[in-house]
Design a protein around this ligand. Structure first.
Ligand code: XMP
Length: 321
């Protein structure tokens, strides 16, 4: 069934919010629902809509998969506490790293994340809480790319013929499925979410796994997390759509303290885009890039090479995996 898009120009955020609160209330009835908050704009909006519709019949969890940005889990929990929403932090780091062990294929890595998240971690939370529904911030772009076979987004099921109730034991409710990112930001603003949320840069569901080429290990995640932080700090003022760091699997020859050093390669990507469907590399000043390279090679241990991606999407994608 084709999903009808609500374009930014035709969106009435107030009406949309009222409608969705009613819809969530009537679908969930007197039962319980779960929201898995990541701190991104989509899951934040869904959590607030659910909170308004269900009050404390909505259980909100932040699943710490060990694959997020630095201090992300604690920051998000605190921010929502200030908004009056209680978020429980669930430590699932070991489960995710165990599931990723030995896998190098990009789609298999995504599948490992999906299974760990939906079947094992959320499956247990839903069972333990007695909830029957998961509220989820899937947006139209996630569906489009998955259906087009470009990249299987970690959160798209029904459009692939997967029944979440049969597969995982709960129903998925997707209040944002007709929107794209700019419209979701508008709804977030109308909900009085802080700028930190409604302007937040997109971050992929599979988190830093989308930025490690080859097998994912704790050590590689730590490397890419440090590089990501430097890139985010260095490019924050560019107003680009999205910027990120990727850790390559191949090592290259470099020099350290006058000696040959076979080391790691980090690739920087910075995108101009409206909705992530197409994109082009931001024309960053060389000075900015040199500074990033300098910081990454001195602050991230083992890195001897930093490159900048100059390819458009398509044929590139925004993330590497
Ligand atoms: P790609 O790499 O496909 O990314 O050009 C397009 C946009 O989507 C984000 N992204 C994801 N978001 N689940 C999500 O919710 C995913 O599995 C996923 N993969 C990529 C990516 O960061 C970019 O903004």
């Amino acid at each position: 069934m084709k999903i009808e898009e609500i374009r930014l120009e035709e969106l009435n955020p107030k009406k949309f919010i009222e409608g969705k609160i009613q819809e969530i209330s009537s679908v969930i009835g007197n039962g319980l629902a779960i929201s898995a908050l990541s701190g991104g704009v989509d899951s934040s909006v869904v959590t607030i809509l659910g909170h308004k519709a269900l009050g404390n019949r909505l259980k909100t969890y932040f699943i710490d998969n060990g694959l997020m940005g630095e201090n992300e889990p604690e920051r998000v929990v605190l921010l929502f506490k200030e908004l009056g929403v209680n978020v429980e932090l669930v430590d699932a780091k070991e489960q995710f790293f165990d599931a990723l062990k030995g896998i190098t294929d990009p789609e298999e890595k995504r599948e490992a994340i999906t299974q760990t998240f939906y079947r094992h971690v959320l499956g247990r939370l839903v069972k333990d809480s007695g909830a029957k529904f998961l509220l989820q911030g899937t947006i139209l772009t996630d569906v489009d790319e998955t259906v087009a076979g470009i990249k299987r987004q970690h959160n798209v099921f029904e459009q692939l013929g997967i029944d979440p109730e049969q597969a995982f034991g709960y129903k998925i409710v997707e209040p944002l499925i007709q929107l794209r990112k700019p419209a979701v930001r508008e709804v977030a603003k109308t909900l009085d979410l802080p700028e930190e949320i409604y302007k937040r840069m997109p971050f992929p569901g599979p988190a830093l796994v989308a930025r490690v080429i080859g097998e994912v290990t704790l050590e590689k995640i730590e490397t890419v997390r440090k590089a990501t932080k430097i890139v985010e700090e260095g490019l924050h003022d560019t107003e680009a759509f999205q910027y990120l760091a990727i850790l390559h699997a191949d090592k290259v020859t470099g020099i350290k303290e006058g000696k040959r050093d076979y080391g790691l390669q980090i690739e920087i990507r910075c995108w101009d885009s409206k909705d992530a469907i197409t994109g082009s590399p931001t024309r960053l000043p060389h000075d900015t890039l040199y500074k990033l390279a300098e910081r990454i090679t001195t602050e991230v241990s083992g890195v001897v090479s930093v490159t900048y991606n100059i390819t458009k999407k398509p044929p590139s994608t925004i993330e590497a995996v």
